[in-house]
Design a protein around this ligand. Structure first.
Ligand code: GDP
Length: 520
């Protein structure tokens, strides 16, 4: 389908502070979506969209909510799915990665691969998402370019095939050598990076005359790369074995156009998606989509719940009545929305690769399929192993009903996972999360949204393994371990640490204990 093949749906994975927000703004700026960098993300001091729910986010200066940014670039339509930047929101981030066709791995030139980047990379690898690497902040002192490539290859085993090469060391960014044309793209500074930098392209002879040794070094290093088989290999990139590498200064809007061009030229367009029954849903089949994220409470005034669905096939038109696969019930899409930063606009039409926000989506859960005409179910979206556990209780037992409703809602949205055991009883479920800040969000929302003030009691467990309910007998007798059942019925064995887990496993070889990561 023509509209589908124009789409490039991707997300940026990075460690906080690598420059993701800045890059997002720069990308949108290049595509002339916004007139001035800074309008997309309501970070402190910039444009502020205020609601009670945002209070926490503003106080901390981090981005909790995800949004989708869509813009045209040439003939292409780019969908950039924003991922929460804070480490504690990785569960959400993981889910966003289930809705993209490719990812951009953004590194800070001075820091290289950082912990959060590595975690997200693993999710991309598990989800078979191809990666383009961008080494950012080249305008500031940092590591050597070759050293960074070496670090990537050694640490995560991706073969680096740079598309361009920096002229000038980190901190002395002169421009880029386009490794395929041999031309020099000169770095032109703009005031505060507010405008898209004009592009000045020079022939190699002129580049040498202007930059002297810096140019000669870049050419030599680039030739060295070619000699070691580090030229673009499209097949290896699509097979997640190689990564095209680009250098940038997002804050100066430099190297950003090259990234857009690379996305259009190399990144995969939406393709037929595997279905739960082992078949495929082709792009030109009747409309279908899957929910990858459900969110409520973004706007206190409206108390709405938004389900984000990625279109897999066909054409979505607002007002359409689609079928909700798990219940077989009709779902009216009169209020479908497109998210633009934090501003919502109504979406009229959407194609494969696009994301639609469905409001009043109380029945929709992560992983659910929506379709017209031809029923379809998609494989479940991986959920990730929690590492933090906390008992939650209603402070006022008279508000137990509100408490229950809130817990159920947060569970459904995947803000936290909810675990229970006979031992602890229904009044004291255990929340499980990828990061402890998810608990804060849960407590905040329980109070402000559901009217149940709660107390939290962190548990000392740090590891959860998949097990069977009959493991309860063994585990209750062991210190530093406990059996709990997740709301979807999965039995989990919790351990205080990996050492405890290994001992229990060694001493009880019959006990089923399997990692949770990448499973559902
Ligand atoms: P995020 O946490 O990944 O979204 O990072 P931000 O986009 O908020 O950037 C973190 C800080 O790095 C901000 O102060 C940016 O201005 C700065 N920054 C981002 N990109 C660059 C760059 O290319 N060069 C320099 N010098 N600073 C940058």
């Amino acid at each position: 389908m023509a509209e589908g093949s124009r789409r490039r749906t991707f997300a940026v994975i990075s460690h906080p502070d690598a420059g993701k927000s800045t890059l997002t703004e720069a990308l949108a700026l290049h595509a002339a979506v916004i007139s001035e960098a800074g309008a997309v993300h309501g970070k402190a001091g910039r444009r502020g969209t205020v609601s009670d729910w945002m209070e926490m986010e503003r106080n901390r200066g981090i981005s909790i909510t995800s949004s989708v940014l869509q813009f045209g670039y040439g003939d292409a339509v780019i969908n950039l799915l924003d991922t929460p930047g804070h480490a504690d929101f990785s569960e959400d981030t993981y889910r966003v990665l289930a809705a993209v066709d490719s990812a951009v791995m953004l590194l800070d030139a001075a820091k290289g691969l950082e912990p959060q980047t590595l975690k997200l990379f693993e999710v991309c690898r598990a989800g078979r998402v191809p990666i383009i690497t961008v080494i950012n902040k080249w305008d500031r002192p940092g590591k050597e370019a070759l050293e960074l490539l070496d670090e990537i290859e050694r640490t995560i085993g991706l073969h680096c095939t740079p598309l361009n090469w920096p002229v000038g060391i980190a901190g002395d960014f002169r421009g880029l050598l386009d490794r395929r044309t041999g031309e020099y793209v000169r770095f032109t500074r703009t005031a505060g990076g507010a405008k898209a930098a004009p592009q000045e392209v020079l022939k190699p002879v002129d580049a040498e005359e202007r930059e002297g040794d810096a140019w000669v070094t870049a050419v030599e290093e680039s030739e060295l790369l070619s000699a070691s088989d580090a030229d673009l290999d499209l097949e290896a990139y699509l097979a997640e074995q190689a990564t095209p590498v680009l250098f940038s200064s997002a804050v100066q809007n430099f190297g950003v156009r090259q990234l857009l061009d690379a996305l259009v030229e190399l990144a995969p367009a939406p393709a037929a998606k595997p279905t739960a029954d082992g078949g495929e849903r082709p792009l030109d089949a009747p409309f279908s989509a899957y929910v990858f994220k459900v969110q409520a409470g973004m706007d206190q005034a409206h108390r709405d719940k938004v389900a984000y669905a990625r279109v897999v096939s066909g054409v979505f038109e607002r007002g359409m009545v689609v079928t909700h696969e798990p219940t077989g019930k009709p779902f009216h899409t009169k209020y479908a929305q497109a998210m633009f930063g934090r501003e919502r606009t109504t979406v009229e039409t959407a194609y494969p690769g696009d994301v639609i926000g469905l409001v009043n989506a109380n029945a929709l859960r992560v992983g659910d399929a929506l379709y017209v005409d031809e029923p379809v179910r998609f494989p479940s979206i991986p959920s990730f192993a929690p590492e933090h556990f906390s008992v939650i209780r209603a402070k006022d037992t008279g508000r137990y009903k509100q408490f229950r409703r809130g817990i159920e809602q947060l569970d459904q949205e995947g803000v936290v996972q909810v675990l229970r055991s006979e031992l602890r009883g229904d009044q004291a479920p255990v929340l499980a999360a990828v990061g402890p800040m998810q608990f804060e969000v849960a407590a905040y929302r329980m109070e402000h949204e559901f009217g149940a003030v709660v107390s939290m009691e962190p548990l000392e467990y740090s590891l959860a393994m998949r097990t069977t309910p009959d493991a309860a007998d063994k585990l209750t007798r062991l210190p530093g371990a406990e059996l709990m059942v997740r709301s979807d019925g999965q039995a989990l064995a919790l351990f205080v640490n990996r050492w405890r887990y290994t001992t229990v496993k060694r001493e009880n070889p019959d006990l089923l204990l399997e990692p949770l990561v990448g499973s559902s």
